[in-house]
Design a protein. Structure first.
Length: 142
């Protein structure tokens, strides 16, 4: 999820093609443009490990300037404390939606039951840190 970005997720499309009609601030995304994105250090580390970014892609590293105070979580704490008077007021942006999916599918109730009784487990990464690393197939629920 990204603030300022609006898109739809079409679950009927193949992986890599499911994001449809993406816009930034109401304008279509320009595939030739460069957009700046704030990410935390471990997210950047993952992108780096996957060779999707390099250190040369960094626009600004708050840790270089502020050390531990420059970590994303510390910047958020500082912002909430100093700018928002310690109060968080959650707001929904409603900037994305899942399309072409039947949320009334009777298998969803059956899946929930199987998850509760432990007969189906949510797939995780090998290290157990990441959930939903692959789909649960209808045949597993039936």
């Amino acid at each position: 999820m990204f603030s300022g970005v609006k898109y739809k997720v079409d679950v009927t499309k193949p992986a890599g093609h499911r994001i449809v009609n993406p816009t930034i601030n109401g304008k279509p995304i320009d595939p030739k443009a460069t957009y700046k994105l704030a990410v935390n250090n471990y997210r950047f580390g993952t992108l780096s490990t996957l060779k999707l970014v390099t250190d040369a892609d960094k626009y600004y590293d708050s840790y270089d300037e502020l050390q531990d105070g420059g970590r994303m979580r510390d910047l958020i704490i500082k912002y909430i404390s100093e700018e928002k008077g310690g109060k968080v007021t959650p707001e929904l942006e409603h900037n994305w939606e899942i399309i072409n999916y039947n949320f009334k599918n009777p298998l969803l109730k059956k899946l929930a039951e199987k998850l509760k009784d432990g007969s189906i487990k949510i797939p995780t990464s090998k290290d157990g840190r990441t959930l939903n690393v692959k789909s649960i197939k209808e045949s597993e629920v039936k």
